[in-house]
Design a protein around this ligand. Structure first.
Ligand SMILES: NC(=O)c1ccc[n+]([C@@H]2O[C@H](COP(=O)([O-])OP(=O)(O)OC[C@H]3O[C@@H](n4cnc5c(N)ncnc54)[C@H](OP(=O)(O)O)[C@@H]3O)[C@@H](O)[C@H]2O)c1
Length: 356
């Protein structure tokens, strides 16, 4: 049984959501997260009930319903107690928000890594560096943020956060998701599969200042660079590498497929950096967990989310799709995620009544 450390909450986990990161670590663990020692507990998104509070915790009490970002996989953390895919997890109180009684655990749990990554990309100094003072309570601005991959979990939360910060938003998504993107706050949406999507966006935003471009899905960096060049935007924040990590077998060590993948990754990343810098554009890679040690974390988790969840002003995006109950259902959910989802978050409930 984990203990709640200083500034932490011990949560009885009632629902978890799976992220591409969980699938990527299963494929690449020791390559990308070299500090992890097998066997590893995965999981970043949890919702549940506080059963213990650590020293220094002021804003939460035993019995509170919360949603939280479990940090166990990050360097220097203890994944055995701090990762999400277990019955009890220790989470930072600073990365938790109260869940109103009107929101089910399985609906709230769609948020943690996605909203944290969106916030890191939009607001961290080394990323788009947008102004996030008075989130949810600012006068509209004229500047535009482009979100390439608006229907992703990260993108749908980014649209809402950018709007809460007062920015106008233009996004891409499949046509079936366009209405939903508009409901989240995008003023225009284009189909990323349309070869002319970048041209349409350039035309749309031509007379405005583009404050930055959030390139979320794999393959987003290229069109984002094109838009930045044409609109004189100087910042692109990228959530994904230029190649998909899903394409390789799940096994340890180097293989031919893995060597090829990393060669492609290295070449494309280097080329992108050279081409960006040649045009005075900074293309930076987002690390969602950066908000845990920056002022962005408290602004999102301590101020914005509690109020936005209580008022219902932040939509719980993507919609939860329940894949099963109990820890054994998680692997199937990760496998389903590898095959792709559209505007949905795969969620597994953990009902303590059926726990063995
Ligand atoms: N760096 C970090 O810290 C960090 C953290 C979290 C996630 N990520 C990365 O961010 C990406 C998104 O993660 P997520 O959990 O938000 O994903 P997700 O919700 O699973 O993404 C699914 C969505 O991707 C959209 N999509 C697929 N291909 C696209 C393309 N070429 N252009 C635009 N949209 C596309 C689809 O939109 P439609 O349904 O409209 O077709 C689909 O709805 C992943 O690559 C993930 O690894 C990075």
């Amino acid at each position: 049984m984990p203990k709640a450390g200083k500034g932490q909450l011990l949560i009885e986990v009632r629902a978890v959501a799976v992220n591409p990161l969980d699938a990527i670590i299963q494929s690449n663990g020791t390559v990308m997260y070299g500090w992890l020692q097998y066997p590893v507990i995965l999981g970043e998104d949890v919702a549940g009930i506080v059963v213990e509070t650590g020293t220094g915790v002021k804003d939460f009490a035993v019995g509170d319903r919360v949603v939280a970002y479990a940090m166990g996989l990050e360097k220097g953390r203890d994944e055995a107690s701090e990762s999400g895919f277990q019955a009890y997890a220790a989470v930072d109180a600073a990365l938790a928000a109260p869940l109103p009684s009107t929101i089910a655990f399985e609906d709230g749990v769609v948020l943690p890594l996605a909203i944290s990554t969106a916030a890191a990309g939009l607001f961290e100094e080394g990323q788009l560096g947008l102004d996030y003072s008075h989130l949810g309570n600012v006068a509209p601005r004229e500047e535009i943020v482009v979100v390439w991959g608006g229907a992703t979990a990260v993108g749908g939360n980014a649209i809402q956060l950018a709007r809460a910060a007062g920015y106008r938003v233009v996004a891409t998504a499949s046509p079936k998701n366009h209405d939903q993107m508009r409901r989240l706050g995008a003023e225009a949406v284009y189909d990323y599969r349309d070869p002319e999507a970048a041209d349409h966006i350039i035309e749309e935003v031509r007379s405005s200042v583009v404050a930055g471009i959030l390139a979320v899905a794999v393959g987003s960096a290229e069109p984002s660079l094109r838009i930045a060049r044409a609109t004189r935007a100087t910042k692109i924040a990228m959530a994904s590498p230029p190649v998909s990590f899903y394409e390789q077998p799940r096994r340890r060590g180097l293989s031919l497929a893995r060597t090829r993948l990393f060669l492609r990754l290295g070449t494309r990343t280097a080329l992108l950096q050279v081409r960006s810098r040649a045009h005075g554009i900074r293309a930076s890679f987002i690390w969602g967990s950066a908000i845990a040690t920056s002022p962005v974390g408290p602004a999102i988790w301590g101020e914005y989310l509690p109020a936005a969840l209580a008022s219902g002003s932040h939509h719980l995006y993507p919609e939860a799709r329940i894949e099963g109950d109990g820890l054994p259902a998680i692997q199937a959910a990760i496998d389903t995620l590898r095959r792709g989802v559209s505007a949905q978050k795969l969620v597994v409930t953990l009902d303590p009544a059926v726990r063995t």
